[in-house]
Design a protein. Sequence first.
Length: 193
Amino acid sequence: MAKRQSVERPYERETRDREPIPDPPEDTANTIWTRRDFFTAAGWGAVLVYLGTVLLAFTRFMFPRVLFEPNPVFDAGAPESYLVGIVDERFKNEKRVWIVRTEEGFYAIQAICTHLGCTPNWLKAENKFKCPCHGSGFKRDGTNFEGPAPRPLDRIKIVRTPEGKLVVDKSQLYRMAPGVPPVVQHPQSILKA
């Protein structure tokens, strides 16, 4: 019978020839963290930070950002508090509205320049509204007569309540066209006295 030859496989040779791993020297500090432990902890830490960020974004998504605007309808007071022929500026800064009383009645003008949206000033001595930004000029009824403004100041709906108070509704705007008197194009913008 023939003798069987044993074939040496490469991995057996590497295993046989390998020297045993020496123990670390006695003066080396023993630590609890090996390199593998450190990178494992760092990887799990990154995963937890990612999941926390996703959870925070999801939670923030549940509370949408809402713009809370003030009510466009406001009480303008009693009609007796407005003098005939005077442009009342008490709501200019807070509501951007002027209320004017004439012999015919009341009308409310939006205090926003039709050129670029600045807030004009009422110049009592000159009897006009004047925009400080680019010099647009408007007559007492809001009609533009100087400067770059393309059209008159817009008017706002003003009504009288059953109790007799004036109420201004800024959500109903009367857009004025150039060249046509406000009384002709939007007669409903005037509250009869």
